[in-house]
Ligand binder design. Structure first.
Ligand SMILES: CC(C)(COP(=O)(O)OP(=O)(O)OC[C@H]1O[C@@H](n2cnc3c(N)ncnc32)[C@H](O)[C@@H]1OP(=O)(O)O)[C@@H](O)C(=O)NCCC(=O)NCCS
Length: 180
């Protein structure tokens, strides 16, 4: 088991797994909370549990292809951040429970994730969001990401119709242990 724990000024990021079922349901089953997401909301608690088990299985691999973290604030699970690796780039994702929006938690958690995986050698990060998802766009800007593309054909799970999305990218300097 990879036991990566990342600590920020206010948050602790820990591997997301089945022990967080109830607190994951609080945002992952909430249609308003997951309105602009492609893979959420989950249908029911059973689907949440199945996904959390998948995350746990991935964490147990020697070389996971993705990492799903629980975001903890004062010991309480308030959301998730993730990074999925493909072709050397890390695709970032985030969700915070609605009653905790607007306090900078998503940006703080994602910045720590970028720092952690930059140190591990990843220098390119990407993220996508619905063009209507102003809060997520703002998180990307706060992270120093640059908007590089706009596409149609996005299908958010809660929506009947397709929408548009932005792609944002960030290239970080290669990490050196001497700090230069
Ligand atoms: C996107 C999300 C994770 C942001 O979480 P958060 O902890 O509130 O994010 P932060 O506080 O770090 O930053 C949000 C920023 O968006 C801004 N914002 C929020 N709503 C906005 C709106 N409607 N228009 C413009 N800016 C907005 C906030 O003011 C803040 O910017 P600031 O720090 O400059 O004031 C949260 O809204 C969420 O969970 N949404 C549902 C899940 C989701 O859509 N995830 C992304 C999928 S691509």
């Amino acid at each position: 088991m990879n036991e990566i724990v990342i600590t920020t000024k206010r948050l602790v990021l820990k591997p997301l797994g089945p022990e967080y079922l109830e607190s994951t349901n609080a945002y992952a089953l909430n249609r308003e909370n997951a309105r602009y997401m492609c893979f959420l909301p989950y249908r029911d608690s059973e689907e949440t549990l199945a996904k959390l088990r998948e995350f746990e299985t991935e964490w147990a691999k020697e070389k996971p292809e993705y990492y799903e973290f629980a975001v903890l604030y004062e010991g309480r699970h308030i959301g998730g951040v993730s990074v999925y690796f493909e072709d050397g780039a890390g695709e970032l994702g985030w969700i915070i429970r609605k009653d905790c929006w607007g306090s900078g938690f998503a940006a703080e958690a994602a910045e720590a994730l970028i720092d952690h995986f930059s140190e591990k050698g990843c220098t390119r990060f990407i993220a996508h969001c619905d063009t209507e998802n102003k809060a997520s766009c703002r998180v990307m800007e706060k992270l120093g990401m640059t908007r590089t593309a706009e596409y149609g054909g996005r299908k958010n799970r809660a929506s009947e119709t397709e929408s548009f999305e932005y792609r944002y990218e960030l290239v970080t300097a290669p990490f050196t242990s001497s700090g230069d």
